[in-house]
Design a protein around this ligand. Structure first.
Ligand code: PHE
Length: 358
């Protein structure tokens, strides 16, 4: 075997033995690079006589081509192997079933707010909000609630340490302060509902120290008691989904409305059975009335020109009635089993609302 055959065999063996693209490149440089073995051979051509140079040149070039081809072939093999290894490692089995996703649900309070907002939204009401921490003035005084009113006593209202503008501060006991804030900030006509948290010092199966109300307020030049009745009858029927639900207005008293009416809906309570919509019994669900002119004046609204009505409803209460939830305290115990049982799939909301407002 000549030196050349040996060199060729050696280079081919090294090409074949290259385990990866980097090792292969090292072999390529050692053979074909500027300082490589074959380039070295080429450099020797200069010292040969013309005939020998011609023959040797052709031989060296063949060797160079052969080695270059071997390197290319090896590169293809290594690249294929690389790709196959990646494909094998990253293989995704598209036939596998997906993992079950943990899905949350809407709390009945959120669901009920959505339903109430949708019903009043169709009647042209917009949503207004206010702070949970209020001053005595917004929660009581501006609403014509006199200092001796029992609601002001500490056992009902959570007073907080400190003052704001020289006024005691407290956790709002109803959403009515949002009426005041809206009337101070905007000129009539006004048509708002205010869903929100409210606080009273009370705790049993139908009371929780924090609960929700939706308050409504309509102020303009022509609204009268007939509008109040029509609006609330429509609301009760839409919310409970009973077209002929009996609704009754019973005279009542609130300092901030005059006249005032409590709203009852028809129900049955017989031998332990309770049903809404039929029978000869009544259940109170709302407070309402024509806004007291004194409240309008407290908010800088001319009571000889403007009038309107207001109402307030306990959100948990109407949710309990509609969805058969017996104990109000369970709303806030964060028991997952309860939430799974009474919660709503988020996607149910649009169809539910559509069904209610028809
Ligand atoms: N603010 C009253 C309450 O909390 C409800 C109400 C609102 C009554 C508006 C009449 C008018 O009990």
């Amino acid at each position: 075997m000549t030196d050349l055959d040996e060199l060729k065999a050696d280079l081919l063996a090294r090409v074949g033995a290259a385990e990866n693209l980097r090792a292969l490149d090292d072999v390529r440089v050692a053979a074909l690079g500027k300082k490589g073995a074959i380039s070295d051979l080429m450099k020797g051509l200069g010292g040969m006589d013309p005939d020998a140079r011609k023959a040797a040149g052709a031989t060296f070039n063949r060797l160079k081509t052969e080695i270059a081809e071997a390197v290319e072939a090896r590169r293809d093999t290594l690249e294929d192997a690389d790709l196959n290894a990646r494909l094998a490692a990253e293989r995704i089995d598209v036939t596998l079933p997906t993992r079950e996703e943990a899905r949350g649900s809407l709390h009945p309070v959120s669901q009920t707010i959505d339903e109430v907002v949708a019903i009043f939204g169709e009647m042209g009401f917009t949503v207004a909000e206010g702070p949970d921490i209020e001053s005595d003035w917004y929660n009581f005084t501006a609403l014509n609630i006199p200092p001796e009113h029992p609601a002001r006593q500490e056992q009902d209202t959570f007073y907080l340490p400190g003052e704001a503008d020289g006024q005691p501060i407290l956790l709002r006991a109803h959403t009515s302060p949002v009426q005041i804030r809206t009337m101070l900030a905007r000129k009539p006509p006004i048509r708002i509902i205010c869903p929100g948290r409210t606080y009273r010092c009370d705790y049993d199966a139908t009371h929780s120290p924090m609960f929700h109300q939706v308050e409504g307020l309509v102020i303009d030049e022509t609204t009268h008691m007939g509008h109040l009745k029509g609006c609330l009858i429509d609301f009760c029927r839409a919310y409970f989904g009973i077209d002929d639900l009996p609704v009754r207005f019973r005279p009542s008293y609130f300092p901030f409305t005059e006249p005032s009416a409590e709203v009852d809906i028809g129900c049955t309570r017989k031998s332990g059975e309770f049903r809404i919509g039929h029978g000869d019994d009544w259940l109170e669900i709302l407070g309402s009335g024509m806004v007291n002119p004194a409240v309008l004046e407290n908010c800088g609204i001319d009571s000889t020109r403007y009038q309107g009505f207001a109402f307030g409803v306990g959100l948990e209460r109407i949710a309990m009635l509609k969805y058969g939830i017996p104990d109000l305290r369970t709303f806030y115990e964060s028991d997952l089993r309860w939430l799974r049982h009474y919660g709503f799939a988020a996607l149910d909301v649009p169809s539910m609302v559509g069904g209610l407002t028809r």
